[in-house]
Design a binder for this molecule. Structure first.
Ligand SMILES: NC(=O)c1ccc[n+]([C@@H]2O[C@H](COP(=O)([O-])OP(=O)(O)OC[C@H]3O[C@@H](n4cnc5c(N)ncnc54)[C@H](OP(=O)(O)O)[C@@H]3O)[C@@H](O)[C@H]2O)c1
Length: 302
């Protein structure tokens, strides 16, 4: 099946691309790239690279033409309406182009989530289910690599020894590259049709922020204390931070993530990630050893 992949210059999509190229011939892959002047690195000859901007339906029509499947990476923003609009544009273009199969990267929060970040995914999931396309909605586990965003915007380089968060709860932390590999395998296997599936880290990675801070403390060889504060105090602690963290509206929306964690939305474990990659998923320790969250705030809090 010829599959068009979006988001392959990004963290998750680049991993999907790397792994899928080990499984299928390049001629089965088309890349729909937001900025064609900066295509993903190391793309072999035979992979067609096209411009595809979710904000430009004509570019999507050109990029998706002739493909049978679409791997849709969610638009990297936490702005609810804008995000849904971008996803709908891609889904509509897929239908216009005669694509019959879609894989969508949703997020590992629950149905009826109280988090703000999940709302665009829930709306998109609904739109996909009503689209008539054969779908697999992949609720991708929360990346361990993005831990600073959850851990009070913790920056290892700043020498901070206390973080302030408006709540706590378990997260079944996953490795972004394990998710990329599992997602590539799912696409190639063409299974889980018309299903919503969860890829999470294993039970041993299912840690609260207090527990995660212990792991981070061991790496840094200094104790990081997690203090649970009110939302107003959380906002006050971020008043002098760079944008968008100094924005009260952003913080109030993001704080709903902690309500969702408190309801155990993010602490659900599924064995599917390990089954798909054929080995135990990476541990939180392994992932943190490779990456201490550098750039995570800039990348994900936009
Ligand atoms: N599972 C998790 O824990 C988790 C955590 C944080 C975020 N996410 C979300 O999951 C998704 C994938 O994560 P990621 O790490 O791969 O994000 P990422 O590194 O920010 O990659 C996003 C991709 O989307 C592309 N893009 C940006 N604007 C676009 C547009 N208008 N039209 C088409 N493509 C566009 C980017 O292209 P350029 O490189 O050219 O900009 C990039 O390839 C994102 O929505 C991200 O916000 C998931």
């Amino acid at each position: 099946m010829k599959v068009v992949l979006t988001g392959t210059t990004g963290g998750l999509g680049s991993s999907v691309l790397r792994h899928i190229l080990k499984l299928v011939p390049p001629s089965d892959i088309v890349l729909s790239v937001y900025n064609p002047s900066k295509p993903p690195a190391g793309v072999p000859a035979g992979v067609l690279v096209c411009k595809g901007d979710y904000a430009d339906p004509a570019s999507l029509d050109a990029a998706f033409a002739g493909a049978e499947g679409l791997f849709l990476v969610s638009y990297p923003s936490i702005a609810h309406e804008l995000r849904v609009e971008r996803h709908k544009a891609a889904i509509d273009a897929a239908k216009r182009c005669g694509i019959k199969r879609i894989w969508y990267t949703s997020l590992a929060f629950a149905d009826g989530s109280v988090s703000e970040v999940m709302q665009a995914h829930l709306d998109t999931e609904k739109y996909i289910k009503e689209s008539g396309l054969t779908y697999t909605i992949i609720r991708e586990g929360i990346y361990t690599e993005s831990f600073p965003l959850y851990l009070g915007f913790f920056d290892p380089s700043k020498g901070t020894d206390e973080v302030f968060v408006p709540g706590d709860g378990k997260i079944a932390w996953a490795s972004r590259d394990d998710l990329g590999e599992a997602t590539a395998r799912l696409i190639v296997a063409d299974t889980h049709k018309n299903q919503t599936i969860l890829l999470s880290g294993p039970e041993s990675n299912n840690l609260t922020l207090v527990e995660l801070a212990q792991v981070v403390s061991r790496f840094l060889e200094r104790q990081i204390k997690v203090s649970i504060v009110s939302i107003d105090e959380y906002i006050a602690h971020n008043r002098d931070a760079p944008p968008p963290r100094n924005d009260e509206d952003f913080l109030r929306e993001w704080a709903k993530t902690y309500d969702a964690m408190g309801r155990e939305e993010t602490g659900v474990v599924s064995p599917l990630l390990g089954t798909l990659i054929g080995r135990p998923p990476r541990s939180v320790e392994e992932i943190l050893a490779a990456q201490m969250g550098k750039g995570a705030i800039e990348q994900y809090a936009k």
